[in-house]
Structure formats: C-alpha cells, structure tokens
Design a protein around this ligand. Structure first.
Ligand code: UDP
Length: 237
C-alpha cells in the first residue's frame, strides 16, 4: 500500500488536454508534465495504468457529421489514441520511469496487444501500463475504455482530470453560485443529472462499484496531491 492509501490507480487523460493551447496534436510541455506526475505516483508506491483519448487528433463523430462512415471515423480516432499513447510512453521513459504500451487494436510491430494477464503482470513488475486503442470497438469513447480497463485491471480508483477541480452542483463556468461536492455517490450523480463521464462509462463504473476522483488537470500539486487529499477534488462512490 502506498502512502496515499491507493495501490493501483487508472488515470484518464483526454486527447484535448494533451493538445494544451493548440487545437491539434501534442503540446510537449503538457506531455512532459503529465509524465513527471505519473513517475511521481509510481515513486510514491502506486501502480499506474493510463487510458488516453484521441480528440486532439481525430474524432469519429466529426467524420460522420460530414457524411463519412462513422465506423471508419472511429477506427481513425482509435489510431489517434495509439499515437498519443506512444508519445506518453516515451515521455515517461525520458522522465525516468518505465512504461509498457498495450493496444486493444492489434498492431504487433508497434506495441503489444492488450490482455488482462499481460497488463497486470506489467503493473506488478513496476511498469506504468498505457492502454491504447480505446475499447477496440467503434461507437465507444475512451471514457468507457477507462472505466472498462480500471475494472479489468482491478484498480482502486479512476482519476479523471478535467478543466475544473471536481463535480459541481451546476456548471461553475456559467453559474457563479455553483458549489463543489467533496464526495458524492454514483446514485446522487444520476439523480441530480450531473455530468461526470458519458452514460456508458458512468453506468459501468456504478455497476461495478468503481470510485471516480474528478480533479483539475492544471493543479500544481499534481496527481500525488490529488490522491493524498491536499488538492481539492470530488470523490464519486
Ligand atoms: N474511439 C472509438 N472507440 C473507443 C474509444 C475511442 O471508436 O473505444 C474513437 C472515437 O472516434 C473517439 C476517438 O476515438 O471520438 C477519440 O476518443 P475520445 O473522443 O474518447 O477522446 P477524448 O475526448 O478523451 O480526447
């Protein structure tokens, strides 16, 4: 057990966040900052798995909106998550950590294909596991992949970094009277119609008792601060 009380965590990083101030691609400063925070988590004694989005490169919906085939668009989106995963794996190594990229879409000359056994063995061996390719299926999101992999890999918690530091009673960017919850149950999130993750992802988390911590990606204390309670966040479940 680490000093934060968590042994194994799954971090969801959105593609949009990886782009930083850019509208497309990967912003090296953000990439290196998240890599350093991940290495700090492993040094604090935690096993870390990561799911990365691909919104900074491609979204299937954007193809469908222009009359293209949604399934092909989603395949392109999943390939975008592989690009991001390879970049983060490399940044973690440069930051002094160990990383192992697995993909739900087989591409053996680039990375290993995801299996629960191999990914758990890599985590137990001290590598940060990066799960690329989302769920491997079209019509899903990487939020759903994050919930799925967190459950499959028996993680204690799913960490979801956002623009704001938790779950609020209303959108804090639009309503100044919105208040942040320190803790809230899955059921209350549904009853109050609060948006934490997309419906499929949230249902999977609720049905399997997976807690979610929502925190601000911009927080200076980093992920260790979120997990040891120094940083404001909301724990769901
Ligand atoms: N995607 C998919 N299946 C999955 C995960 C992702 O088809 O299981 C595709 C989908 O087109 C999606 C894109 O990959 O728009 C990028 O993922 P997402 O939108 O979740 O990325 P994020 O919003 O986190 O950057």
């Amino acid at each position: 057990m680490s000093r934060t009380g968590y042994s194994r965590v799954l971090l969801k990083v959105s593609g949009e966040a990886l782009a930083g101030d850019q509208s497309y691609g990967i912003e090296p400063e953000f990439l290196n900052s998240i890599a350093r925070q991940i290495v700090d988590l492993t040094r604090a004694g935690m096993q870390v798995a990561i799911v990365i989005g691909g919104g900074n490169i491609f979204r299937g919906m954007a193809v469908a909106a222009k009359g293209g085939d949604r399934v092909i668009g989603d395949h392109m989106g999943m390939l975008g998550t592989v690009i991001n995963s390879l970049a983060l794996g490399d940044a973690i190594r440069r930051a002094g950590g160990r990383s192992h990229v697995f993909s739900s879409v087989s591409m053996p000359s680039i990375c290993d294909t995801f299996t629960q056994r191999a990914a758990i063995a890599a985590l137990e061996g001290g590598a940060t596991v990066i799960c690329a390719g989302g769920t491997g299926n079209p019509f899903f999101t990487t939020d759903t992949a994050a919930a799925l992999k967190a459950i499959e890999l028996r993680c204690d918690v799913l960490l979801k970094g956002t623009k704001v530091d938790g779950v609020y009673s209303a959108d804090p960017e639009k309503d100044p009277s919105a208040t942040r919850f320190d803790a809230i149950s899955h059921e209350e999130v549904i009853a109050q119609d609060l948006r934490v993750m997309d419906t499929a992802a949230f249902a999977l988390a609720r049905d399997n008792g997976l807690p979610i911590i929502v925190y601000a990606l911009s927080d200076k204390e980093g992920l260790v601060g979120v997990l040891d309670g120094r940083t404001p966040s909301t724990r769901v479940g």
